[in-house]
Design a protein around this ligand. Structure first.
Ligand SMILES: [Zn+2]
Length: 408
């Protein structure tokens, strides 16, 4: 099958990494023998615009049909959202005659800050059940997929925006040009667009291949984002580097030629960092497959060696990124006996692909494993604190990314 770049339509010939076939990362199984469908996870890099992208054989309905992630469940994420709103309110002098529109507004966790500050806002959220929660919480929300046509309809209803926020949605967008084109339609002449997404440079530098899964269609560098926005008459003029999701970018854009404030040193720095990593040529992408193999080989060698010695090994965190890691490395219950997770909805299920059973954290204290592999490395510190009592029987923590680390 041949695929074309979702931004510039160039035929895709260059592999960024081929992770084989894996199940959908969030499809937890009720029983170990439940149907468990796998789909290709082959990521390409475009030889013209360098957009790193996955060409899915899974329809968005299949992936997002049961998507019931309520952002409000994470307290650190709520604080992150509140800080963003305070900053934007000041920086754009937002008031009761302004309009803030958030794309993929989820349960209104971000916009409720603007509601509280008496700044008119509107959420745009395609998942009806999630939008209903937002509306019940007093956040006006339209249930619609964002794109040029829906942006025009929103504009016609008086929702032209001083600020458009789109956080952690750009990776999930199948029709990228229609989506970014929608920003152009909905933005007021002096408006600002703020977009957050995981930073491809960090993914490459820190071997974060486990953040690749079927739900994430595109992986962005600032250099490529700049081209995508420019193609739609928009200009990126500032960027912040954030620690979220292992390293994210928050970009600011305006209509072309109308930057709201002068571009910061950070904007030049990030582009320079990316050029230094050769992300403006295919050379910057060629070594990634080898890096992934090195990480997998290292983890497998360690697990097999300790298993041979008769050690007991368990894992913490039934997260999507853990599933990619386990399935790409081919790890199953021969090496990791069980995984624990605080989320009761995941307990008494099995991880897709690896079929590792999921229990509550208390299982660790009953079974006393010699090693606890922390799968969501982004919260490793928090998990080590929460599970520190494993040291009472000599248990040790292990993380696999960016490279194998056993905490002595
Ligand atoms: Zn391209």
């Amino acid at each position: 099958m041949s695929f074309h770049c979702r931004f510039c339509n160039t035929l895709l010939k260059n592999t960024f990494v081929d992770l084989g076939s894996t199940p959908l990362a969030n499809s937890y199984l009720p029983t170990a023998d439940a149907p468990d469908q796998s789909y290709p996870l082959h990521v390409y890099v475009c030889s013209k615009c360098y957009l790193v992208q996955l060409h899915h054989t899974v329809s968005p309905e299949n992936i997002f049909g049961h998507y019931a992630y309520f952002s409000s469940y994470s307290s650190s994420w709520l604080e992150h959202a509140t800080r963003f709103c305070d900053k934007m309110k000041k920086r754009l002098s937002l008031n009761s005659s302004s309009k803030v529109v958030e794309i993929a507004s989820n349960d209104g966790y971000l916009l409720k800050n603007f509601v509280a500050a008496n700044i008119p806002c509107l959420g745009v959220e395609p998942a009806k059940n999630v939008a209903e929660v937002a509306i019940a919480n007093g956040v006006p929300t339209e249930v619609v997929f964002f794109g040029k046509a829906s942006a025009q309809a929103l504009k016609d209803k008086g929702h032209a925006a001083d600020l458009i926020a789109a956080n952690n949605v750009l990776a999930h967008v199948p029709d990228l040009n229609d989506f970014v084109g929608g920003f152009k339609v909905l933005l007021k002449p002096d408006g600002v667009i703020s977009v957050e997404c995981p930073h491809l440079l960090k993914l490459i530098q820190q071997n974060q291949f486990d953040t690749i899964y079927h739900e994430h269609y595109s992986y962005y560098s600032l250099l490529t984002l700049e081209k995508i926005f420019a193609a739609h008459g928009l200009e990126i003029f500032d960027v912040e580097e954030l620690p979220t999701h292992g390293g994210s970018l928050r970009i600011f854009a305006s209509h072309a030629g109308k930057p709201r404030w002068p571009s910061s040193p950070a904007f030049a720095k990030v582009k320079q960092d990316e050029k230094h990593a050769m992300l403006d040529s295919l050379a910057g992408y060629e070594g990634f497959s080898k890096q992934v193999k090195t990480v997998c080989d290292g983890l497998l060698t360690f697990l097999k060696q300790e298993k041979t010695k008769g050690k007991k090994i368990a894992a913490y965190g039934a997260a999507a990124k853990g599933n990619t890691l386990l399935n790409v490395c081919g790890i199953n219950t021969d090496l990791i006996s069980f995984v624990v997770d605080k989320n009761t909805a995941k307990q008494n299920h099995f991880l897709p692909g690896s079929k590792i059973p999921i229990f509550g954290p208390e299982k660790v204290f009953a079974e006393k494993p010699d090693y606890l592999v922390i799968l969501p490395w982004n919260i490793a510190e928090e998990v080590r604190e929460q599970m520190k009592d494993i040291r009472s029987w000599g248990g040790k923590f292990v993380t696999a990314i960016p490279q194998l680390r056993v905490y002595e």
